[in-house]
Design a protein around this ligand. Structure first.
Ligand code: BGP
Length: 471
């Protein structure tokens, strides 16, 4: 079976500044740099972000390898902590400007479209300590200043911009479930942070519309969408899944695309006494500055069931999961290394949801992928990782994505996480995701079987599936 994709489809991969560059020559520490300094034992094998995949030093060789695996677009992010010297004034760091100019030009030299994101969890830690980070609207304005500098410097060559990657993860990780620094547990603060990041994104979009130099320039946001499916057909499980979708997906999707927050969610947060502080002026700004394009990170679905305690019973602290419980569905397919369910059909559901409920906005899969640990298990005699499982994983997701496209969803691309195995937050180098492997001790990079395979798909713009391919 051959499946052809739309013309000019983005065949690419995504990484981020903090996960690939290394700390070399960086003026400021971000929250993860700092966290590693004070609590290295929180990171897998105590490996921190100091070297990452050495992209700061080896970007020319790395981009040449990305070309070899056929990528026509690559996303990375500009680090606030590298580009800006004085965070209040927004003054530029000379080496930071030089570095990002060189990187962008190198991508263009190979005819790879650079897709640039502005915040991939990497808030300068000084702003966390001084102002409470995203809890503060002053930090929102400093971010917009940084964003403006990026548009002024690079929008002559960069067409596709994104304000944030997975802002929901900042809310969950830093303010609810303690997997990001500063590991606060505070539902009310979490809700305010979500609002403030929505505001920061809208303000950055407004700045883009004033400073962008490129007639083809577009701006968007990258959201991790995890469709929530109820455990059973019961009314209670249905309500749990409904709330989980409003909270995990709608909190950023609605303001980003429709310019307002879902009324039902607002009234629940209000009733629970945790609603954000907002002004009329800010809400108008959010309304007027919606995105042009959407990036969707999809890894796994979310199965939910009714909460074990009644949402109306008194609890000391507000947590969103008082409205739902996670449900381990028996018989689900798992990526055992990462502990995530594999359910490619969800990509079809996402495509149809965007088509029907979000104005069929142009979107792309901005991250999808399979993290595998101890991947050297799959090395063959020629030193190549035989990652057939990754080829199967990508094929299945592309299959369901194409069904969504055939049904009218406006998807224009697919990016794997990640081009070259990179450092990953608390998990450091545990799970490998790339088309290209990286020996973290020698920084020797080698194309995996999936890299050569993907090149063929990208060149033909066609996915070829075996006759016995199982959906
Ligand atoms: C996404 C993030 C990426 C990357 C990926 C894999 O949520 O946007 O930055 O970290 O997850 O994560 P991990 O390596 O922890 O499995």
């Amino acid at each position: 079976m051959k499946i052809e994709f739309p013309k000019n489809f983005w065949w690419g991969a995504a990484t981020s500044g903090p996960q690939s560059e290394g700390r070399f020559n960086k003026q400021h520490a971000n929250v993860f740099d700092y966290w590693y300094e004070i609590e290295p034992e929180d990171f897998y094998n105590q490996v921190g972000p100091d070297v990452a995949s050495n992209f700061y030093n080896s970007f020319r060789e790395d981009i040449a390898l990305m070309k070899e695996v056929g990528l026509n677009t690559v996303r990375t992010s500009i680090q606030w902590t590298r580009l800006i010297d004085d965070l209040e004034m927004g003054t530029l760091n000379e080496d930071g400007v030089r570095f990002y100019n060189d990187v962008i030009n190198e991508f263009l030299k190979y005819d790879i479209k650079p897709v640039i994101n502005l915040c991939h969890f990497d808030l300068p830690v000084e702003l966390q300590h001084k102002y409470g980070g995203w809890e503060s609207k002053h930090v929102v304005n400093l971010f917009v200043k940084f964003a403006e500098r990026c548009f002024q410097l690079f929008s002559d060559r960069v067409e596709d911009w994104f304000t944030f990657n997975e802002p929901m993860v900042i809310v969950d990780g830093a303010y609810l479930y303690q997997f990001h620094y500063p590991k606060i547990v505070d539902g009310k603060k979490a809700v305010q942070v979500a609002y403030n990041i929505n505001l920061a994104s809208a303000k950055a979009i407004a700045a883009f519309r004033k400073t962008n130099k490129n007639p083809d320039g577009r701006i968007g946001i990258i959201l991790n969408l995890t469709p929530s499916y109820p455990a059973t057909n019961s009314k209670e499980d249905g309500a749990a899944a409904h709330f989980a979708n409003l909270w995990s997906n709608g909190l950023f999707l609605n303001p980003s695309i429709k310019g307002n927050f879902d009324e039902e969610l607002v009234s629940i947060l209000d009733k629970d006494g945790v609603l954000w502080q907002a002004t009329e002026e800010e809400l108008l700004l959010i309304q007027e500055n919606t995105i042009d394009v959407l990036g969707v990170n999809f890894y796994h679905p979310h199965r939910v069931k009714q909460p074990s305690i009644s949402p109306n019973s008194l609890t000391v602290d507000w947590m969103p999961n008082k409205y739902y419980n996670h449900y381990d569905m028996p018989g689900r397919r798992m990526n055992v290394d990462k502990g995530w369910e594999i359910y490619p059909q969800a990509l079809y559901d996402i495509a149809i949801n965007i088509r029907d409920n979000y104005g069929n906005i142009p979107w792309f899969v901005s991250e999808n992928g399979m993290g595998v640990s101890r991947e050297e298990r799959y090395l063959d005699d020629e030193n190549m990782i035989q990652d057939d499982y990754r080829i199967q994983f990508i094929s299945e997701h592309l299959f369901w994505l194409k069904k969504g496209i055939d049904n009218g969803s406006n998807c224009f691309g697919y990016h794997l996480w990640t081009p070259i195995d990179c450092w990953s937050w608390k998990n450091a180098y545990r799970n490998r995701y790339g088309f290209i492997s990286n020996d973290i001790h020698t920084q020797v990079k080698t194309i995996k079987k999936s890299g050569y395979w993907f090149k063929g798909v990208a060149e033909k713009n066609t996915l070829e599936l075996a006759d016995n391919f199982a959906e």
